[in-house]
Write a protein that binds this ligand. Structure first.
Ligand code: UGA
Length: 431
């Protein structure tokens, strides 16, 4: 099957590589010439665990190519997948659909034979209808079905998730489109969990899922606050809750708040859609507010812990919004550090993958160390901000004499509390 993917970001690129690995012929399109040049030179433009091997393999097999132009690729494509950004509006936070609509305007006149036009970008309910209106105006003769095909890949695990989906949601009632999309994913196996629904339901499933997961995280973070005041332990509480199959063990990891390019954006967009529809989504509104405040509360914890030390040196381990990625968009780590900039603390940061991305945001407000052991030198506190496994395996016997004060604030509950206490560290965790 011939697939064209428009947009080569964290959604488009792993999806393109995954579909090529399934045996399809995939062309990934992006307007950014530098990006396409790099991809054509077989260099990845983002870090995603396990992506590189499949990327190179499928280019070599001739199934995966990259281009800046649509003209040669849209005619003859069975499926065109929109995977461009839908960033939040700076004021209202509603999803900005200008990239989607611009792509549709360009694709429309090029459509020849029957084509499925699928939206993988996260778009508000009703966007599929608007895309149809554009197609109707621009190329009324086009033989096309507009489908919602939301993605549920987690960054850092995108390749794993692509090949082991919990579900593939297909938002269309058009039999021809259903057949083509079923065939597209057929190589995943006989039992692929297809969920075929109306386009509006599909668009809503994506937002409702991300918002629910965000609420779950905010809930466990509030429980962590409660545990801190009452002497319970959040790890024990979360495990005890998660053993109930109705609750489930996932997304009950307390931490510094959720971040990334999806949850903050999608909860805000969902809240906006609720307000627009006149529906009270108070749970989501409260989650957004609570999660924003949490990053500041985390920085206050650091300041409080060091209040008796003049000009403390703080080693900040982790900059990415979570482990396994170099992505710093809406990263709690970066936001917490942002709250520390301007205090009298000397800030030194290290991340195994995200230094370049973080530098674009934090600039020279922070010093950057080449590794964790350099970062901790002379420090009065180590703060674990991202749950990298690299930090789990650090040699704390080596670290202790390097620090001025052996203090650890573990905002990801990554380390062994007992072991660190026995080594003489002052250890503070979440919950
Ligand atoms: C999220 C969803 O999990 C994906 O299903 C979805 O496809 C994606 O958004 C998207 O809409 O594109 P992602 O943003 O990559 O994926 O990251 P998650 O693994 O979901 O983590 C999001 C944030 O929640 C991170 O900051 C993470 O540290 C935090 N988190 C996650 C917690 O604080 N506790 C948890 O138990 C789980």
């Amino acid at each position: 099957m011939k697939v064209v993917i428009i947009g080569t970001g964290y959604v488009g690129l792993p999806t393109g590589v995954g579909l090529a690995e399934l045996g399809h012929t995939v062309v990934c399109i992006d307007k950014d010439e530098a990006k396409i040049k790099k991809l054509n030179a077989r260099q990845l433009t983002l870090f995603e665990s396990g992506l590189e091997e499949l990327f190179k393999k499928n280019i070599a097999a001739g199934r995966l190519t990259f281009s800046t132009t649509l003209q040669d690729h849209i005619p003859g494509a069975d499926i065109v997948i929109l995977a461009v950004g839908t960033p939040p509006h700076p004021v209202t936070k509603e999803a900005d659909l200008s990239f989607i609509y611009a792509a549709v305007e360009e694709v429309a006149p090029l459509l020849k034979d029957y084509t499925v036009l699928a939206t993988k970008s996260t778009v508000p309910v009703g966007t599929g209808d608007k895309i149809e209106e554009i197609l109707e105006k621009t190329n009324p003769k086009a033989d096309v079905d507009v489908v919602s095909l939301p993605e549920f890949l987690r960054e850092g695990f995108a390749i794993h998730d692509f090949f082991h989906p919990d579900r593939i949601v297909i938002g269309t009632k058009a039999p021809k489109a259903i057949k083509i999309l079923t065939d597209l994913y057929q190589p995943l196996g006989e039992d692929i969990p297809l969920h075929i629904v109306s386009r509006r339901s599909s668009e809503t499933i994506k937002y409702a899922s991300n918002a629910f997961l965000a609420v779950k995280i905010h809930y466990i973070n509030e429980m962590a606050n409660f545990c801190e005041k009452t002497g319970a332990d959040i790890a024990e509480v979360a495990k005890g809750m998660g053993l109930d199959s109705r609750i489930g063990p996932k997304f009950l990891q307390a931490g510094p708040g959720y971040g990334g390019s999806c949850f903050p954006k999608d909860t805000n967009a969902m809240a906006y859609m609720g307000r627009e529809a006149g529906v009270n989504l108070s749970l989501i509104e409260t989650t957004i507010y609570g999660n924003d405040a949490r990053k500041q509360q985390m920085s206050i914890r650091i300041i409080e812990a060091l209040k008796d030390i003049p000009h403390p040196k703080i080693a900040l381990l982790g900059l990415a919004f979570k482990g396994g990625t170099d992505d710093c968009r809406e990263s709690p780590a970066v936001q917490i550090i942002g709250h520390l900039v301007g205090t009298d603390a000397d800030l030194v940061a290290f991340d195994p993958q995200a230094m370049e991305q973080a530098k674009k945001i934090l600039g020279d407000n922070v010093n950057y160390a080449p590794d964790a052991y350099t970062a901790v030198q002379g420090a009065d506190a180590v703060v674990i901000l991202t749950e990298w496994t690299d930090f789990k395996t650090l040699d704390w016997d080596k670290i202790k004499p390097l620090m001025r004060t052996p203090r650890v604030l573990d905002f990801r509950n990554l380390l062994d509390k007992q072991a660190l206490k026995e080594k003489g560290f002052i250890y503070q965790k979440i919950g």
